[in-house]
Design a protein around this ligand. Sequence first.
Ligand SMILES: [Cu+2]
Length: 405
Amino acid sequence: MTKFINPGLAKTSRRNVLRGSVLAGAAAMTGSAALATRRAPMPKAADAASARLYKAAGATAADSTAKPADLSGYTRVKQELVAPPFAPEHEQVATGGPKIIEITMDTTERLMVVDEDTGAEVWALTYNGSVPGPLIICHEGDMVELTLRNPADSMMEHNIDFHASTGALGGGGLTHVYPGEEAVLRWKATKPGCFTYHCAPGGAMIPYHVAHGMNGAVMVLPRDGLKDAQGNPLKYDKIAYIGEQDYYLPQDETGAFKTYESAGDDYADSLDAMRTLTPTHSVFNGAVGALTGENALRFNVGETVLMIHNQANRDTRPHLIGGHGNFVWETSFTDTPQTGVETWFVRGGCAVAAMYTFEQPGVYAYVNHNLIEAALLGATAHFIVDGEWNNDLMEQVVAPRPFAT
Ligand SMILES: [Cu+2]
């Protein structure tokens, strides 16, 4: 596998070091020093290893005899992406013909606090500055046209693999952008459902980037919207877009979390931490408490929420304490949704949608129901729901009191 992805591991050039694919092999020799050089000179052309990868990954796209895409009948629209847990403006049922949805994402590297209480922080690798990256929404039959920009002051190469797309490593083979570069990728949404996207520069840099926050979700809606098993339309009032992020943050001999000067400096230490397969944190939307307390999501009784849960790297199992997944789509939106689900499953490398209509007011905890991860590693969100209590559904018949002996 490694040999296939990185056919030129032995050859180290500036571009190779920057792009990271060589680092699976080079880490032992160079450690993080390979990444510590700021603003390396821009390479002029892909090296042989890159060329082979591109050839393997994007053979059809690179083939000059391939027919141009047929864009007739499409309307171009721009989608303004927004930071999680929110969703971009969109139609649940598509009107008009298919669209080419233009989006832009910047591969921003930024220092983020993971846990204020312990001082844990990470040089997050992000799409548009957030963990997870923004939610993208389109309909089946639409095309997504992404401009991926890597800011000039970045330390690393980035790209994007859309699980919703077809070909060229999900677009990963066609979107390698170095600091100061941009690329444009267009792909057709042929499979309705929720899907992960993530950075995949090559070799060990793939999990390194994903475990530093570089992932997000695309929702491809059926053109006529979501349906139950009988074909009745299902509508939602709000979306809660939650990305679960496993971090493997290096600690010193006292257990304190290490700090680093710039993105990439933690590379060698991170690889050691990742090899334990034991995350130091598993958090929602980038940090402990990102969706609790003042940051809790707010709803009203009677409102229907579509919870979109993304986990690009690791299995998880969301559960809404005090509620349910009335309809859950672990797979395609064209599959019959599961109903009345207590805890649903998100395979590592997946995004899953679950729909619920609130029936009681109060605070709901939305957790990874590995409760160790929820309570000790951070995987908890709060939904605060306003409305009138329904005693038919639940009533405290007797408040706690000493019992007669
Ligand atoms: Cu990346």
